[in-house]
Design a protein. Sequence first.
Length: 120
Amino acid sequence: MAALLRSLCLGILLVSCSNTTLLQTADSKREQFEQRFAKQCVEKEVRNSINKDNDRLRFAKPCECIAKRISAHLPEREMDKFLFEHKITRTLSMSFDKAAYFCVQNSAKPKSLFLFGKKQ
């Protein structure tokens, strides 16, 4: 009876440890995806820019928002395709469009100097 109880406790301990390891692996993969995707997003936006340093700072926050929003809903296999195979899947493209719309709508717009043709 004691041996059965010990093996049961050991089994539960191993299962709980493996779940923790899997969760940590998934979280680190999400963080890696977010960092790489945000970096790629910024580089894509500043590719044809004249003032790259200024634009990198300007696009960093929206690109991070987009990456976090995508990673929250993207399946792990899609992340693997992006991280390891360097493929942009249809699911990723659609997620990007939704996340970009959300993140850009929430960002503050620069104020213009003119309002309806009149100086403010």
